[in-house]
Design a protein around this ligand. Sequence first.
Ligand SMILES: [Cu+2]
Length: 242
Amino acid sequence: MRIGAFGYRSVDGTKQFFAAVFVTAWCVIAAAPSWGETIKGSVRYVGAPVDKKKVSVTIDQYVCGKEKEPEDLVLSSNSGIRNAVVSLQNLPPGAKWDWNPPPAKMDQKQCSFVPRVVVVPVGGTVEFLNSDRLLHNVKSAGKENPPFNRAQPHARAISFVFKKPEILRVDCDLHSWMRGWVVVAEHPFYAVTNEQGEFILENVPPGKYTLQVWQESLGNVTQELVVGDKGATTVTVGMGKK
Ligand SMILES: [Cu+2]
């Protein structure tokens, strides 16, 4: 819709081009499977109080700062958990999807991986960037996908393809606090919670599901869920440190 709107603001020469883009985009949307059901949810922290200890930085303070907020468990003011990965298990047999997103990007900015969590399909690509004017590296030691460890000078992009489903940890050896996660997903019914701990899963076929939530420092929880055919299904999932 917005692409079409841009067309009106363009000068005459580009108007037609944008109109074409709009029509193409509309056709792609129309061709996608339209189960139409939506799950709107939030993931909340329900455990013991969290000790928010800052991480002190001892090197490269001119870029990294003197200390970093802990990012392994980030909560909103009303206990929403950021960067939790929500997915549907047990998809109905015969459910089909056309899922070919552009490469995910994970930047290194002020000595943090940004975003901290990316989801890619099996066979998908993550492009690692470095916006910082210093040297980082990207290292991963997954179990299913080949390990890698590459130096990453400023502004160099390095792409990796992930062929097997798993959740991989990404580190920078030069800055011990830096951590990211690549989630290699078998189907598109995955979402990462936002700053408020909220997520949306769209185009879900009606049915009974197990919703799984993974968070790097809290592990996994599951919750049963029924998706009907009358509007959005809402769900709240609680997670806590034991
Ligand atoms: Cu680094």
